[in-house]
Each structure stands twice: as C-alpha cells, then as structure tokens.
Ligand binder design. Structure first.
Ligand SMILES: Nc1ncnc2c1ncn2[C@@H]1O[C@H](COP(=O)(O)OP(=O)(O)OP(=O)(O)O)[C@@H](O)[C@H]1O
Ligand SMILES: [Mg+2]
Length: 404
C-alpha cells in the first residue's frame, strides 16, 4: 500500500526543529518519514534507500532507490518540503532507476552580467541562464520558438534584448529580425538602426501590416521548399533565419482591446502569429512571444501548443504559471529580477543574463564595422511607409479568423 502524501511545510519544520544540527541525509530521511513516502509491507514501512552520497564543490548528491510502487511524481511534490527542511536549494532527477537529489550549498547569483565570451559564432545558441550546473543555452535550431511570460519588471524585455544581441553576434550576416514592440516601440524602436533589424511595428495596426507581409512571405517559402523537396531548414544549405520578436503579446488580444477597429486587426495578428507558430519553424522562422499577462486571451492556443520551449519569470499565481509552463511553480520564484524557470524537457530555475542598451549598441557597432549584411539591404518602416492603409481605417488585407 502506498502511504506517501504531500507534506505541509509546517509539519516538516516541526519535525526538524529540535534537531537543527542533524546531517542533511538524516533530515531527508525525516522528510520521507513525515511525508510517509514509503510502501507498507506488513508492519514495516519501506522508505527510499540511500545508495550513495557524492560530494561536489558546492553541492552534495544523494542517490536513493525508491521502493516499488512509489510514483516518480512524488519527488516533485516533495521538493518544497525538502527545501524548507534543509533550507537549501534541492533538485532531483531520475537516472538508471535511482533518484538523484542534488542539495546545493550556495544560492544562485542574484545578478549575472552578460559578456562577450557567451557568444557562439555560427550557431543559433543563446545563453538563457545560469544555474548550479553551469550555463544553459537555448538552441533555436532545436527548439525553434520560445514562449515567455511573467509579471511586470522582472526581466522579459531585457531577456529578449539579450537573445537578439546574441543572435546578431552569432550570425550577423544571416539573420533578419522583425519586432512587434507593442509598448509603443519604447524598448525596441531604437534598434531600427541595426542592419539586421528589418522592421519594428509599434502598435496593432503596424503589427497587422508586418504580419501580413511575413505570412505572405511564408507562403512563398513553403512553395520554394516544396519544389526543392525540403522539409526542415536545418537540413538545407540555407544559413539565414528570420526572427519575429513580440514584446507584450496581450496588446494583440481582441478580448483585451476595446476599440472596434483595433479588435479586428488584433484578431488578424493573433491568427497570423498562430500560423507562424504552427508552420514556420521548418522554414526558418523563429517566434519569441512574450507577455506580462499569462492568460488564455493573451496567449493564443495555437501559439502555445506549437511552442515547446518556455521561460517563466515570477508569475502572480499558479494559474498564470500554468499558462506559460503548463505547470505550477513560477508563482514561487523568489522576487529577483532575472530569476526564471526555463522549461524544455524539465523545469530548471535559472538566473537570466543581464545586459543593457548601452552594451548592445557598443557590441553592435564594433561588429557591424566588419559585417556585410547579405540579407535585404533596404528596410521599410511599417510605421512611416506611404501606404498607410490602416490609418484610412481599412480592415487588414487578409484575415483568416476574424469575421470582418
Ligand atoms: N536578468 C536580469 N538581471 C538583473 N536585473 C534585471 C534582469 N532583467 C531585468 N532586470 C532589472 O529589471 C528591470 C525590468 O526589466 P524588464 O524591462 O526586462 O522587465 P519586463 O518584465 O519586461 O517588464 P514589463 O512587463 O513591465 O515590460 C530592468 O530595468 C533591470 O533593472
Ligand atoms: Mg517589458
């Protein structure tokens, strides 16, 4: 019979209080006992058995064998109790039938500054954060899109800028960047001077125009790939990748926007972004979609289900965390700017690198002295272009979803 249950943290604290000088492995044992993480055999309880203890530089790993019948999910439930009991960061993983508990002596840094040694020229790999095991890179050729969310002022925009800067540094000649900066262009309009940044849309109307252009381009790329018999850009000689960065996707939600005309454009934008998330990865398009309002309205279903990689900064609630990560956890991230949970196969708490506009401009200036951009030399500014169809209160030229 399985006897385990999720343990209230107060119970763990009470159980460990009188013996604060206990060794960590004894505290872990106590947590197993208090939580009844065991299997009853007759009158005996069989608890996880400590097989090995490995001491590293700033952490200790404990290897346990779990008695048959204990679901692996129990470890996930147990982590908060272990962290409370040990007053240390604890991670777990399964390997060769054993559960490995990593108990860390130090905390993650509260700030980690970006530097040029992080660049990996020729790749699409971007440093996404640092944890106890080292530096984690997100490979945009492996996980093509990225969904990002979390409350205001905890590092989403800084993270997008860091990603953009690294991508440009990695492949200055082979990248086209399109930005939807829906906070009136305040963060990204300044980057229009970079040759790699092709357009910056600053409102829903400009975004609709830009996305219409991109989805049309996508159709042409599809035809080209079909004639060549290609399915995935990574298996072709094409080096170029096209990145679409959306900072504050909620501004494209028809449910949130009040103005009637803007609502139609927003519906068009959401449909276009859904199409991009669904079909463009193999064709070389990469979407980074970010929002401070992780709700169903702000993150279209098709965008979410087609983005495997997720990055959650502090969230207001478990429900908000679920929108980004499909699981709770981001509501418990400590209130530290740049602290986030990165999820591809399993959630990892990280400290995202910090960079500011000054450094990005400095790096770009140095770099572009040596760069010949092979991608389109001229750029149309969606906001300033002559064909201001949106300003004439026309509806978008094509709208797969909204009833216009
Ligand atoms: N990785 C980081 N490390 C340390 N500090 C950071 C980091 N990222 C952001 N900060 C700090 O937090 C501030 C807010 O960051 P940012 O503008 O990226 O937040 P945001 O999540 O985009 O907020 P909003 O939702 O309001 O747009 C920054 O100005 C900086 O001071
Ligand atoms: Mg922001």
């Amino acid at each position: 019979m399985i006897e385990w249950l999720a343990i209230p943290c107060a119970m763990v604290a009470a159980a460990l209080m009188p013996s604060a000088k206990m060794k960590d492995k004894d505290k872990i044992k106590k947590v197993f006992e208090v939580g009844k993480v065991g299997v009853k055999k007759g009158d005996d309880m069989k608890y996880p058995k400590l097989i090995k203890e490995i001491t590293g530089e700033d952490y200790t790993t404990y290897l346990y064998s779990l008695p048959l019948g204990i679901p692996s999910k129990v470890m996930e439930l147990l982590i908060p109790s272990l962290e409370d009991g040990l007053n240390k960061t604890v991670e777990y993983e399964f390997e060769d039938g054993l559960v490995k508990l990593h108990v860390f002596e130090t905390e993650l840094p509260k700030r980690w500054d970006y530097d040029t040694s992080l660049i990996r020229p020729g790749t699409w790999e971007v440093p996404i954060g640092k944890n106890h095991h080292g530096i984690l890179y997100h490979d945009f050729d492996k996980y093509q899109h990225l969904l990002m969310g979390g409350v205001t002022r905890y590092g989403k925009t800084v993270c997008i800028k860091e990603i953009m800067n690294t991508l440009i540094s990695n492949n200055p000649n082979d990248i086209d960047i399109y930005i939807l900066d829906l906070k009136a262009g305040l963060e990204f309009y300044k980057y229009k001077v970079f040759p790699q940044v092709k357009e910056v849309a600053c409102d829903v109307f400009e975004s609709a125009k830009l996305l219409d252009k991109l989805t049309n381009e996508l159709k042409q790329t599809e035809v080209f790939f079909r004639t060549k018999g290609w399915t995935n850009i990574v298996d072709t000689p094409i080096k170029k990748r096209t990145f679409i960065l959306v900072d504050e996707g909620a501004e494209l939600s028809p449910d949130i926007i009040k103005d009637k005309t803007a609502k139609k454009f927003a519906a068009f934008c959401q449909a276009a972004l859904s199409e991009i998330a669904r079909i463009s990865g193999g064709l070389g398009y990469r979407l980074i979609y970010c929002t401070q309002y992780p709700t169903k309205q702000a993150v279209p279903q098709q965008v979410k289900i087609n983005i495997v990689a997720r990055l959650a900064f502090v969230c207001t609630s478990g429900v908000a965390s679920e929108v980004i990560l499909d699981e709770r956890g981001a509501e418990k991230i400590p209130s530290i700017p740049g602290r986030a949970i990165y999820l591809v196969d399993k959630p990892k708490t990280i400290q995202v690198p910090y960079i500011d506009d000054k450094m990005i401009f400095k790096m770009n200036k140095e770099q572009n002295n040596h760069v010949t951009v092979h991608t389109k030399p001229s750029r149309t500014d969606v906001g300033d272009s002559g064909s201001s169809w949106h300003r004439e209160n026309k509806t978008p030229p094509r709208n797969p979803q909204a009833k216009l």
